[in-house]
Design a protein around this ligand. Sequence first.
Ligand SMILES: Nc1nc2c(ncn2[C@@H]2O[C@H](COP(=O)(O)OP(=O)(O)O)[C@@H](O)[C@H]2O)c(=O)[nH]1
Ligand SMILES: [Mg+2]
Length: 383
Amino acid sequence: MLIGIVGVPNSGKSTFFKALTLIEDVEIASYPFTTIKPNQGVAFVTHPCVCKELGVRCNPRNSKCINGIRFIPVKVMDVAGLVKGAHEGKGLGNQFLDDLRQADGLVQVVDISGHTDSEGRQGNGDPEEHIKILEEEIDYWVFGIIEKGLKRIERIAEAEKVPIERLLAQQLSGLGIKENEIKEAMKHADMGSMEFVSILRKVAKPIIIAANKIDILGAKDNYEKLRNKYKMIACSAESELALKEAAKHGLIEYIPGSSDFNILNESLLNESQKKALRFIKERVLKVYGSTGVQKVVDELVFSILNYIVVYPVANENKLADNKGNVLPDAFLVKKGTTVKELAEMIHSDIKEGFVTAIDARTKKRIAADYELRDGDIIRIMFK
Ligand SMILES: Nc1nc2c(ncn2[C@@H]2O[C@H](COP(=O)(O)OP(=O)(O)O)[C@@H](O)[C@H]2O)c(=O)[nH]1
Ligand SMILES: [Mg+2]
């Protein structure tokens, strides 16, 4: 899974990215990923761990657990180059589109205080305009891809009697758009129209808006105006970064995503640090319940991209791996993933050897085509 962080210059993308990827457990963070590009990093999504519900103590390997919350690593990418006309190659156009292509979902960081214009200059900005710019850039890009092949596709569909949505799905396979999604879009709009493209864009590149700089005076009004129109979460990337850095230096205890922090040693803080922490507590945490940064990625992954968390184990009685680690791995899989598909993800090399699986809660065998549910603990048996 790769999450792209996009936004016009100075919206706070890099701050958001840095806050998300400031992780102390570097080993856990690098464990599942072999290739990390320069503008990429590892962040965590959080989800209730099943250890709490089952009253067991877990020993996570691919993730970590703090107070019954699983922190599961995902890749994020700081995508530079959102400007009007990016699809025509403006600014960092091609790099921008190439980054977008790889992303499963996008966080658009918007300066909701309205002090950043669409080119990143400080002054008067319209946050909604920035949201539309991203939508339009993606639309024009997808439109371009469809337009390029449409004539040929229509010809082949006609001559070979192949459903046109199948051919278009092949054309758009790089965007992860499926045949049935194209068919659905065709019910609502003409193939190749901008409306058709917009429908597909929502499927291919779901966007959540991080209404950033919510700590600035006046930001709340803009947020209230737009919050019901877009999938949007109030956030302060700068506050999250400050809290994580203070925690890293042992000044405070802070769990990302939480509504408060504890000062560990008052005497270690200077006046400006105390003031900054008070500001964050009063103006951000108490008003919005958190800095919003963690909530943005959690919401994107679980509510918008529809991922669930499952726990593969080797021993269904001990809920452990072969070395006795309890609930060692938390896997992010898309809703609808079957046991067989999970088996293939875990052991791509021996997928032929899949035999059966056991639900560790009920100790019953489950079929290969069983659709996994959130929180499932599964023992997969291979030949
Ligand atoms: N007040 C406030 N300022 C922020 C916040 N996030 C970022 N900034 C500031 O906005 C400016 C631009 O941030 P940056 O992350 O470099 O933006 P980018 O160009 O989109 O990568 C910097 O001065 C940041 O300190 C925030 O949540 N609140
Ligand atoms: Mg930047």
